[in-house]
Design a protein around this ligand. Structure first.
Ligand SMILES: *Cc1c(COP(=O)(O)O)cnc(C)c1O
Length: 431
């Protein structure tokens, strides 16, 4: 910290100029998180930047608006009685997943204690392709993670062999709507059917949490035919990132439980609210209230039709890009961007020994594009893929510029007369 003050203009310049060294958000095809909102949203953001979400007494209208958003999401996700579903905003899907996991754990503990059984060794079942927040949940809250490995035959968690993983200590199964590595939806209905069979045969009645960080704000609009949400009775809770396909700036997530029974009462705290009390269940105390207002603004501004249009537009751009990339000699598509507008491809077997997708990622970076390459999770860790996340604002025009650059860079790499020399390993990529 400097000893003395400086003029605000000087400090502003220093911070502003240094932040310019960050990448250009619009060319960042690695992130899922919103990088653009319209001028009205920007105005609202500045007007409400001082609101603290936890001060429900001081900002009762923000608290009311948060509840309206929860009800709208419960309705969108087909909760049996949306007005009576329970939920909260969070700082993102990670916090929402911690809360979802905690509710599963507490429900299991309560039932076990009531039956006079041990609560020593809870476990949670999920694909090896889960987002890192689930590994954190298991580590921080002392739950054994049971990973079902992805394989060439089962690229998604699809319920196969689930009986080998489920036992009396299973608190739940996580199903992902929009796997971060590939963009694909896990078949929630099929997973639920496998759990139904297990419940019939062995009596273990295991709930599902749907991690819809991306997909829960895409599937309802673009795949209304798909059954994945509270329409499946086994689905106890669903989370989403308001700041991903909810289209808000970074700092908001949501979790909704299908009904009050799904959220154990002893996890809920009461804060003072207009002389009465208001239930809260969150890991954070103070956090910005502005993002919740921005989410509500978008729900009103876009409505169902608007969200469908925006997401469909991203899906169309993803399809255009994945077709273009799929047609290139050098590549095989791993997924096609038809679930969420995210897809991955690999280098075609035998195409070259001179370069890898990491080299291509470096070449693209020289032109400003951030298109990460990374290994798939276990048991496909020997497969390297490269991934594109299409977000609102990534136009077909930009997509066509990216395809041109891809072709140019692949032609350059293919023209090398020997392998690119390597230094050490590649740093892991965090999804
Ligand atoms: C991004 C993501 C998360 C974490 O969400 P944050 O909002 O970044 O905390 C969790 N699960 C999945 C499937 C994701 O894609």
């Amino acid at each position: 910290m400097p000893d003395e003050q400086m003029a605000p203009e000087t400090a502003y310049r220093l911070v502003h100029d240094e932040a310019m060294l960050d990448g250009n958000a619009r060319l960042n095809l690695a992130t899922f998180v919103g990088t653009w909102m319209d001028d009205h949203a920007n105005r609202l953001y500045i007007e409400s930047a001082d609101k603290n979400m936890i001060d429900k007494d001081e900002y009762p209208q923000t608290a009311e608006i948060e509840n309206r958003c929860v009800t709208m999401l419960a309705d969108l996700w087909h909760a049996p009685d949306p007005a009576r579903a329970i939920g909260t905003s969070t700082i993102g899907s990670s916090e929402a997943c911690m809360l979802g996991g905690l509710a599963l754990k507490r429900r299991w503990q309560t039932a076990r204690r009531a039956a006079g059984l041990s609560t020593e060794r809870p476990n949670l079942i999920m694909s090896s392709a889960v987002q890192v927040c689930w590994e954190k949940f298991c580590n921080y809250f002392e739950v054994e993670p049971r990973y079902v490995p992805v394989s060439d035959e089962h690229r998604l968690l699809d319920g196969h062999d689930l009986e080998k993983y489920v036992d009396e200590n299973t608190i739940g199964v996580v199903a992902i709507m929009g796997v971060t590595y590939t963009g694909s939806y896990e078949p929630v209905e099929q997973i639920a059917a496998a759990l139904d069979r297990i419940a019939d045969e062995r009596g273990h009645d295991v709930p599902i949490h749907v991690d819809g960080a991306s997909g829960a704000m895409v599937a309802p609009f673009c795949r209304p035919d798909l059954t994945w949400d509270f329409g499946i009775e086994r689905v106890a809770s669903i989370n989403t990132s308001g700041h991903k396909y909810g289209l808000v700036y970074p700092g908001v997530g949501w979790i909704v439980w299908r009904d009050v029974q799904a959220l154990p009462e002893d996890l809920v705290f009461r804060v003072s609210y207009l002389g009465g009390d208001m239930p809260t269940f969150a890991l954070n105390f103070s956090r910005p209230g502005a993002q919740v207002l921005l989410q509500y603004y978008l729900f009103l501004r876009l409505g169902f039709d608007g969200y469908r249009e925006v997401q469909q537009c991203s899906l169309d751009v993803a399809a255009y890009l994945s077709e273009g990339i799929g047609e290139m000699e050098a590549f095989d598509l791993w997924s096609d961007g038809k679930d969420i507008p995210v897809f991955a491809w690999r280098l075609r077997d035998g195409h070259t020994a001179n370069w890898t997708l990491y080299d291509l990622s470096d070449r693209l970076r020289m032109k400003g594009w951030l298109v990460p390459a990374y290994p798939l999770p276990d048991d496909l860790a020997d497969v390297t893929v490269q991934r594109i996340v299409v977000r609102n604002g990534f136009s077909r025009d930009l997509a066509s510029a990216l395809l041109d650059d891809l072709r140019t860079e692949v032609a350059y790499l293919d023209s090398l007369d020997g392998p690119i020399p390597r230094a050490g390993g590649n740093a892991p990529f965090h999804h």
